[in-house]
Design a protein around this ligand. Structure first.
Ligand code: GLU
Length: 282
């Protein structure tokens, strides 16, 4: 099968989710993940720790990336200063459970909105549109039209990237699923993996790392549309609404563009323009 774009039937229910959750009514923030009142409280926010340019825990313990900047802006709008934020690692496969358990108040972690997830969590946003792509060795001949069935691919458990491979992109590929994308890189370097597949935003960040410079390239294939949302506990409509307001403000006051330049500029990632709240690109 040839590479082709995933025509996601997914996410159809999003608008419904965004507008029809007011009846959920179970929520009222009982946990200590953040009440929005500020005043000495902490807020726990889920991010990735191993995705340069999006969510990265630096060796000195600080955090960087576009998701970190978005999360910090949103937290401020909810009443929390940066020193009141506690970032928590939420790996791809753990996100729905982390929200259901109340481990975090919200998640900003390259978290694509889709139907399946929207059954378990609510989403604010979207705040970025990315596309699934392949990261291959600089001398690889994998490109548009290459049959990926039978190839050794690496992706992450619980990601849309892995699901898209299984459903549409290459159901007969030899797909290795690890717990984080950084873990796929050594296989790619060693040649046991032909391509690491996930969002182009993430892959660009890896390719631009000093230690990988010149070793890898993105194929530039837009294999899917990945609409990044901010996940919140199912039924917490109040927080969804507040976060949507914050995201709108972040775009209109220019902070979104600044975050894009700061975090994607170094990787030379050409991002899509800011999405409109509730506008899911299928
Ligand atoms: N955006 C995709 C997803 O939500 C891939 C990146 C990730 O695993 O976080 O699954």
């Amino acid at each position: 099968m040839k590479l082709r774009k995933v025509s996601a039937a997914a996410a159809a229910a999003l608008v419904l989710t965004l507008t029809a959750t007011a009846c959920g009514g179970d929520d009222k923030d009982s946990s200590d993940t953040g009440s929005g009142s500020g005043g000495g409280d902490k807020i726990k926010i889920g991010i990735k720790y191993d995705q340069p340019g999006l969510g990265l825990k630096e060796p000195d313990g600080s955090f960087s990336g576009f998701d970190v900047d978005v999360a910090t802006y949103v937290a401020k709008e909810l009443g929390y200063e940066p020193n009141q934020i506690e970032f928590v690692e939420t790996k791809s496969a753990d996100r729905e459970n982390a929200l259901a358990r109340g481990d975090v108040k919200f998640i900003a972690a390259t978290y694509s909105i889709n139907d399946e997830r929207a059954k378990k969590v609510d989403f604010a946003g979207p705040y970025l549109l990315a596309h699934q792509d392949l990261l291959v060795k600089a001398d690889s001949d994998i490109s548009e039209g290459t049959d990926l069935n039978g190839k050794n691919l690496c992706s992450v458990t619980g990601s849309t990237s892995a699901q898209n491979v299984k459903d549409e992109i290459a159901p007969k590929a030899n797909l290795k699923q690890l717990s984080g994308y950084s873990e796929c890189i050594s296989g790619l370097q060693a040649g046991s993996v032909d391509a690491l597949t996930t969002d182009d935003s993430i892959l660009a960040g890896f390719a631009a790392q000093d230690q990988y410079k010149g070793q890898f390239k993105l194929t530039g294939l837009k294999l899917s549309n990945e609409n990044y949302g901010i996940g919140v506990k199912k039924g917490d409509t109040e927080t969804v609404n507040k976060i949507n307001d914050a995201l709108e403000k972040m775009v209109s006051d220019g902070a979104w563009e600044t975050a894009v330049k700061d975090n994607f500029g170094p990787a030379n990632y050409k991002n899509e323009p800011a999405p409109k709240i509730g506008n899911i690109v299928k």
